[in-house]
Ligand binder design. Structure first.
Ligand SMILES: [Zn+2]
Length: 464
């Protein structure tokens, strides 16, 4: 019997916005690159009498752009509230957090409940007892979804698209830990469990998988899933019960009298709408219809903005050289051999700094049959050194395929001479030995010859 479990997953995603200055003061936000407690001032360290500046306008614009991408409606006004709790990373004793700004959005099949803005707390090192306020007051948004994801894989797909959108908008800080996720999950209409502070997408998937199995086991043993908050331990891939969940009253939300209400005008939204770039979903649809490439290839290309750009530039380069190559071949090559090398190096395309013209040149050579699969791969690997172009590399490594029959014949003769036993074997009826001999010739030429040509030559030379 197959047991079907109905899974409901909702996410709360904290994204650090890409801004130069903090949310309520003019301190810089590059908290990772500097000594502890150097990007600080009386405002972001909550000193007596220090009053916040007005809300960082750029941060608000970034939030609205993200809201537009997520098809949100916008409230005309919003207030900043003080959310009270006591912890060493919070010098004021409260976190400033707005009421919802964007509401009722959607990404794919997942409804977005709301987006609001807040300040990041500082960083407290529990074991050392030290605190660093460089991060305090860095602008953060929280995106809250409805529980519309039906599996851990759904959550991963959603987050991948969201990350791509943030890159396209240049709105999220592009570094580890800049996106933190709280996931809530319930199975078979049972109690909701929240898993806090997951720092990577893989972590979200692992934490949810762990919870599905854990909750199924509780139910199978006749128990009841407790409503609780759990902590995800990345090293063991498990979740651990943390504490009883605080209720909203515990935080004593109060409007902050020091910050005027946020105004979001229709003009402001319209102006930002006009500046929106083409987003991943729209780009994928255009790639499919315009270039006639497969939907799943289009999706993979657009998930990395720089890869999508590479694809279109390669096609443009090829066409402007008066060549014609099907776009699908370019897409397959990027998704296949190129992505393989990037993944192996754990690099994004942007990080690789590979030269687009050189990649186009290599691809054209390969497509014309001047390089074997293996030869192409070797040139590609050498391109990561960024010193020479593909033609030069291919010549130096002697990888260009040869059509020179007398040269191929020479390799065949040499091989046949050293493979007398294999020839006898073949002549006495073992057909498979022929492929072995062909392989030996190709090996001797380092993949520079066509196996069909070699086979024909061998057959001409050995008579049965
Ligand atoms: Zn400051």
């Amino acid at each position: 019997m197959v047991i079907m479990t109905e899974i409901m997953v909702g996410l709360e995603i904290h994204v650090q916005l890409k801004t130069n200055s903090k949310l309520f003061c003019s301190c810089p936000t590059n908290y990772r690159d500097v000594e502890p407690n150097t990007n600080i001032c009386p405002i972001c360290t909550g000193q007596p009498g220090a009053k916040p500046l007005g809300l960082n306008k750029h941060a608000l614009e970034q939030l609205i752009k993200i809201g537009i991408a997520l098809k949100c409606e916008f409230n005309n006004t919003s207030v900043i509230q003080r959310k009270h709790y006591f912890y060493p990373d919070l010098p004021t004793g409260y976190q400033r957090t707005s009421k919802p700004i964007g509401i009722n959005g959607k990404l794919g099949n997942v409804r977005i409940r709301e987006i609001h803005i807040e300040e990041d707390p500082g960083r407290y090192e529990l074991r050392l007892g030290t605190v660093d306020y460089n991060r305090a007051n860095v602008p953060l948004i929280e995106i809250v979804t409805e529980p519309d994801m039906k599996s851990p894989a759904d959550a991963r797909v959603f987050l991948e698209e969201l990350e791509a959108i943030l890159n396209y908008l240049d709105a999220g800080r592009d570094e580890p830990g800049s996106m933190r996720v709280d996931a809530n999950i319930s199975i078979d209409g049972g109690t909701r469990v929240e898993v806090k502070n997951i720092n990577s997408f893989k972590g979200v998937y692992d934490a949810l998988m762990y919870e599905v199995i854990r909750q199924q086991n509780v139910i199978r043993r006749g128990g009841k899933v407790q409503m609780e908050t759990r902590h995800f331990d990345e090293s063991t891939g498990s979740t651990i019960s943390m504490r009883k969940k605080e209720t909203e009253e515990d935080y004593r939300y109060l409007p902050d009298p020091d910050v005027p209400p946020i105004q979001i005008s229709g003009d402001m939204i319209q102006e930002l709408k006009e500046k929106m770039p083409e987003l991943p979903r729209a780009k994928a649809e255009r790639f499919e219809t315009h270039y006639k490439i497969k939907p799943d290839d289009a999706w993979i290309l657009v998930m990395e903005m720089e890869i999508a750009k590479l694809f279109e530039e390669m096609i443009y380069n090829i066409e402007s050289q008066g060549e014609f190559i099907e776009a699908q071949k370019v897409a397959s090559w990027i998704r296949g051999p190129l992505k393989k090398q990037l993944n192996y190096r754990k690099m994004t395309f942007a990080e690789s700094q590979l030269n687009t013209s050189w990649l186009t040149e290599l691809f054209v050579m390969f497509n014309k049959g001047e390089l074997s699969d293996r030869g192409m791969e070797q040139v590609l690997i050498a391109l990561f050194e960024k010193k020479k172009g593909p033609k030069e590399i291919a010549n130096e490594l002697q990888l260009i395929k040869t059509n020179d029959l007398s040269e191929i014949e020479r390799y065949v003769d040499e091989t046949l001479e050293s493979q007398q036993k294999a020839i006898e074997d073949y002549l006495s009826g073992n057909e498979k030995t022929l492929n072995f001999i062909v392989g030996q010739v190709i090996k001797a030429t380092r993949g520079r010859v066509d196996s069909k040509v070699v086979k024909e030559l061998i057959l001409k030379k050995i008579k049965r």
